[in-house]
Design a protein. Sequence first.
Length: 364
Amino acid sequence: MTKGDILLRVEHLRAYYASKKGLVRAVDDVSFEIREGECLGLLGESGCGKSSLALAIVGLFEKIARFRAGTANVPGLVKQFDKGEAYEERPGVQGRVFLRDIELTALPDDEMAKLRGKLISLIPQGLQHALNPQYSIGYQTGEPVEAHEEDVRLIELKRRVLEYLGLVSLADAETRFVLDPSSFSGGEAQRILIAMSLIAGPQLVIADEPTSALDVTIQRQIMNVLAMVRDEFDISLILISHDAGVIAEMADRVAVMYAGKIMELGDAKQMFLNPGHPYTQGLMSSFPTIMMMRMRAGGKRPVLRGIPGDPPDLADVPSGCPFHPRCQFATEICKEEVPEYREVEPGHFVRCHRYEELKQEKGA
Ligand SMILES: Nc1ncnc2c1ncn2[C@@H]1O[C@H](COP(=O)(O)OP(=O)(O)OP(=O)(O)O)[C@@H](O)[C@H]1O
Ligand code: SF4
Ligand SMILES: [Mg+2]
């Protein structure tokens, strides 16, 4: 396997929750690929399905959905067809995820558990729930190794735990690794989670909002740690955030998600400087960092615009293009037909009926 080969392939992935209001279409026909050594930024407003996508990829969606689900009120198994692709209106995960040539979505839970941490790992969102308050951070950091190497000796395990805690620059790791999570700050807990995600040697790490609960100085430190581990281990990374500034720090390509769907995916520079999709345009214009980036690249004086209205309830997604109630370019077709996700230029994917037309108007 050489750098640049495809590491992860996601095909028509759907992940639906059951709720009192009906099906929550948190991930709705998502397809993309990630190459060896690449960092893909996953950006979108709160509630658009980023964490659900991460959970579906690592095989934890159904476990978490069952744990958190309320009373189910969902339609029966209705077979649907989307551009020839068959799926069912039901809770759970559908579609396919491949890590190299292993089809993760076809593995039974116990087989998938053996790969988690070793080939693919998730740094979960929400520091407060990610570490178990009952166990020392040293024990928890070593857990992924124990899960995959049953005969690892205690002395070797301790050496590795300290090596990885040192790598993420956890202060006084040698003396503090016996303490429980309550003795660590938010920034330190995030470092511990990064160490834990790396210790069993995965090739792909998904970091879900790794900086969102932290103040600006600590955010910077955590981004530096992520940049360092990416170089050191040559891993592929999916960096999830609702903040385009965080994604801009590291991503090679960016996927923009809205109402459970990827709306645009392309080269990071293009997505920040010259986005094509109306939603991406609105989203990017909400971030001062991105507007300053554009100005430095020779653009006009930045105007922060944002997007009027709120993202939809994913149990009641608008018909047609889910963005149409907030889109200034919406026409009749946008209200009626779900736009196809298509490659409009090599490596540039867009879900919009009017992409070419709007591009021409913009250029004119
Ligand atoms: N267990 C559950 N049952 C029903 N709906 C759920 C459940 N968990 C999440 N959801 C809904 O699924 C949708 C997607 O949630 P998700 O957490 O994936 O979004 P997100 O993009 O990660 O948001 P954030 O930026 O706030 O982390 C939301 O509408 C959320 O309310
Ligand atoms: S399909 Fe229509 S509503 Fe959706 S983004 Fe494109 S122009 Fe706007
Ligand atoms: Mg989330």
